[in-house]
Design a protein around this ligand. Structure first.
Ligand SMILES: [Zn+2]
Length: 146
């Protein structure tokens, strides 16, 4: 897709194996983009605005987030129980290590409203159905049980 590297920080295969993707120290490319982030980044790169590039990145929903991908298309299939178990273990570790509050764990389709629009930013592109109708409730119940 033209990215520098895999977009996510973690990927969970349907057999439950957890793969480390992009380094956790590097901003991901998984949550969408905003017009404001891209326009400010362009202006900074062209020298029209004298700000550090991080000011543009702060307007991107990926900034400061950890991206976890579950392999599959859950509009058509269910997440496997081993995949969900691995997700639960991974989330427990990340919540503990980075002191993440449960309400900060957001599924992809909810990013648009909760992170982008609620912060007065403008999303780019179509809304996503991700993670899909056959996994949304199962994943949210894991988040609630953390
Ligand atoms: Zn997604």
């Amino acid at each position: 897709m033209g990215y520098d590297e895999i977009a996510y920080h973690f990927i969970i295969a349907d057999n439950g194996d957890i793969y480390e993707g992009r380094s956790i120290n590097v901003m991901g490319a998984h949550a969408g983009q905003t017009e404001e982030a891209n326009e400010l980044a362009d202006s900074i790169r062209k020298g029209l605005v004298d700000k550090p590039l991080v000011e543009a990145l702060k307007k991107d929903p990926d900034f400061g987030s950890i991206g976890i991908c579950l392999d599959g298309n859950f509009e058509f299939e269910k997440t496997s129980s081993t995949q969900l178990k691995s997700l639960s273990l991974l989330l427990q570790r990340l919540v503990e290590k980075y002191n993440i509050k449960k309400d900060k764990i957001i599924l992809h389709k909810d990013v648009r409203k909760k992170i982008i629009e609620n912060n007065g930013l403008t999303p780019i592109g179509e809304a996503t159905k991700c993670p899909g109708k056959h996994s949304y409730e199962a994943i949210m119940s894991i988040v609630h049980s953390l």
